[in-house]
Ligand binder design. Sequence first.
Ligand code: AHR
Length: 324
Amino acid sequence: MLKRIIACAICLILAVTAAGCGKKNDEKSDSKILLGFSQLGSESAWRIGNTRDIEEQAVSYDISLMLENANQKQENQIDAIRRFIAYKVDVIAFSPIVEEGWDNVLLEAKNAGIPVILVDRDISTRKVDLTTCLIGADFYQEGVMAAEYLIRKADALGMEHVNIVEITGTENSTPMRQRQAGFFDTIAADGRMTVLESIDGDFLKSRGAECMRYLLKTYSDTIDVVFSHNDEMTLGALPEIEKAGLVPGKDIIIISIDGGQDAIDVLKEGRINCVVECTPKLGKALMETVLMLKAGEKVDAVIHPEEQVFSDEQDLSQLAPRGY
Ligand code: AHR
């Protein structure tokens, strides 16, 4: 009891003093499990939907959530994890912005006896037993599905050469690496496909627009396809294509990833051609895993949600609202 009171007092002091410190959705009581979650930022509708889902699911599973938003900075995430350790939370979860650089802080969590769950993204420098599991999308498969759509589309249009530009997500992040690998591996056997350039759009709408302006200036009307690693960048790129006098969805095939409502709406309008789903709804699996860990049960090393492809090959008129 005394330990809990001291931990809560430290929490309160740090919450007031630390810049960017997050919030708790509930008061910690001794009977409740306390989960510390470090979200990487708010760069996209996907990320905002993911944060909301985790908050809602924590409430419905009666788990106290200590949530911190790192505003796109790895050092903020490392600081947040250290605060969770100081608070003696029961479980730590975090969405690593990039794959490298976590070993030291994860070793500190391990030494404190606090289990760590990776949410959404993976780490590449994992030492044995530093994390318990990963709950997130199969990003490689998303890249494969995007490429398979492109091959079907090129067949349907009878295209002999396909010039592709790729706007990637944050450099060295799991979705950037895996989506690119899945896409490239799948088009590799198709002699029609040429990747003119891959450019880092950092998953941001403003960067999507900037990248598209640069790509149009560099390759003008030779671009057949834009493969964009998320909806946010796609939505930034579309007006730039239109300003250049081209018709997105017709003059240029547009393939996006996420499947948020705004992207589905422009898909229905015919301004993009395909959206590979990446669901942000990871909260339920996270809370169930937290409960299992606290009960001393074994958890699966990797938990991937089911995902699908939305495209101009389908009738989307009855598609339910996406919720993000
Ligand atoms: O890690 C998931 C990716 O991060 C989503 O595709 C993107 O929208 C988000 O910013």
